[in-house]
Design a binder for this molecule. Structure first.
Ligand code: HEM
Length: 396
């Protein structure tokens, strides 16, 4: 490998968040992995072109298969993954996507987010109160914060929050490895447990009137969506909103420590810093699409039916789009990065995620003068997906 991580000397903060990105710089921006039969797109320009391409569909959980699915004991003979997942508007195109997305879009309006802000602040204060000089960023801050916020947004009871982590991991595994019977079983179980929790909250007299589920209930009553759609949308918000944010909070702090930039963070504008941290190491490193017609790009021909992975994290390290892309500069002014995607499927919760992480940065940079890693962060593989499990810090 010719590229080097600019912070390679900081051995203590391994695993290195730059490694995977640097490895991807070694392949062409439009590259087909012949073993998996999947396309990897790593250039900013190429990802930008394909993410809006009319011949690339988001319905890959229904239509996209890798060679690993061939010969697998297909529990889902009619298509991949569970029916509920195939209903998620994230995995639909055109009018169906637009209509279902529109039902929950009001949940993320500026005025709703402003009303949610005191709740987020309260949660973080509560997590810090009485805490001695050590903190595991994942277990003590990122996971409880992100899960409580999702429960609050949807109107699920707060006692459900601790279950979101297990559910999200099992659904994430289902999306990438549904050819394994154990993954399929666990993913289906997680989805049915979410469905049960959603059903119970929808039928409860305590459902908060300004919650996401109350909004969805009204849509069901007015015939804008059926019961299965409502359950699917709620499940999507749980999945898309929880793990993405909790992992990003952990990764953001890991990146700051890896780059030795704690002092820079304390003096940075939190809004500017969050954009650079999203660019530097995001939690959604890749998104998938399936081609519905042949596409030619950079002299390569993508065939109808091919799976295409748009590598958002790698594209955010493209030197053609960002000067000195492997350096973390918390005052970098970024016009556009790809961490939240682009176009029709642009992250619906981007404003909420930004708000949560900005508040975390504001509060910790005020409260902590100095921060030291107690031991290298722990990352665990969950059916092939790296999960940032522990990030233990000594703070003063
Ligand atoms: C740092 C945190 C987050 C990151 C990095 C992130 C990233 C993304 C990305 C890249 C997409 C585009 C998917 C695609 O084009 O296929 C997306 C879509 C989505 N995100 Fe996020 N997300 C985050 C937080 C959230 C939160 C907090 C919520 C809600 C509570 C949320 C809800 C959604 C939904 C519903 C979609 C589907 C949008 C559509 O298909 O129209 N996300 N997110």
């Amino acid at each position: 490998m010719s590229s080097r991580c600019p912070y390679a000397h900081a051995a203590v903060v391994q695993p290195d968040p730059c490694t995977d990105y640097l490895a991807l710089k070694e392949v062409a921006p439009v590259h087909r992995d012949e073993v998996l039969g999947v396309w990897f797109i790593t250039g900013t320009e190429q990802v930008g072109e394909l993410i809006r391409h009319p011949a690339l569909s988001s319905a890959w959980p229904e239509r996209g298969r890798t060679v690993l699915h061939d010969g697998a004991d297909a529990a889902n003979a009619g298509g991949r993954t569970a029916d509920t997942v195939r209903r998620w508007f994230m995995f639909n195109d055109g009018t169906r996507h637009k209509t279902l997305r529109g039902l929950v879009a009001p949940l993320f309006s500026a005025s709703r987010l402003a009303r949610l802000r005191p709740f987020v602040e309260e949660q973080i204060d509560d997590m810090f109160t009485g805490r001695p000089g050590r903190i595991d960023v994942m277990a003590d801050l990122a996971v409880p914060l992100s899960s409580r916020v999702i429960c609050r947004v949807l109107g699920l009871p707060a006692e459900i929050a601790p279950r979101l982590e297990g559910w999200s991991q099992d659904i994430a595994a289902l999306l990438v490895a549904d050819y394994l019977p154990e993954v399929s079983r666990r993913g289906d179980l997680a989805l049915s447990q979410i469905q049960h929790a959603v059903g119970a909250a929808l039928g409860s007299p305590d459902l908060p009137p300004d919650s996401g589920l109350a909004l969805l209930k009204k849509a069901q009553e007015s015939g804008e969506a059926d019961e299965a759609d409502i359950e699917a949308i709620a499940g999507l918000i749980v999945y898309a909103g929880f793990e993405t944010t909790s992992t990003f909070i952990g990764k953001a702090l890991r990146s700051v420590l890896h780059a030795g930039a704690w002092r820079d963070l304390r003096s940075a504008d939190p809004a500017t810093a969050v954009e650079e941290l999203l660019r530097f190491d995001t939690s959604v490193r890749q998104i998938a699409r399936v081609a519905t017609a042949p596409i030619t790009l950079d002299g390569q021909r993508i065939e109808a039916g091919d799976l295409v992975l748009l590598m958002l994290g790698a594209a955010n390290r493209d030197p053609g789009a960002f000067a000195d892309p492997d350096a973390l500069r918390l005052d970098r002014s970024i016009r556009k990065h790809l961490a939240f995607g682009q176009g029709q499927h642009y992250c619906l919760g981007a404003g909420l995620a930004r708000m949560e992480v900005q508040i975390v940065i504001e509060k910790i940079s005020r409260a902590w003068q100095d921060v030291r890693l107690v031991e290298p962060p722990t990352t665990r593989l969950h059916f092939g997906i790296p999960v940032l499990e522990r990030l233990e810090l000594e703070v003063s």
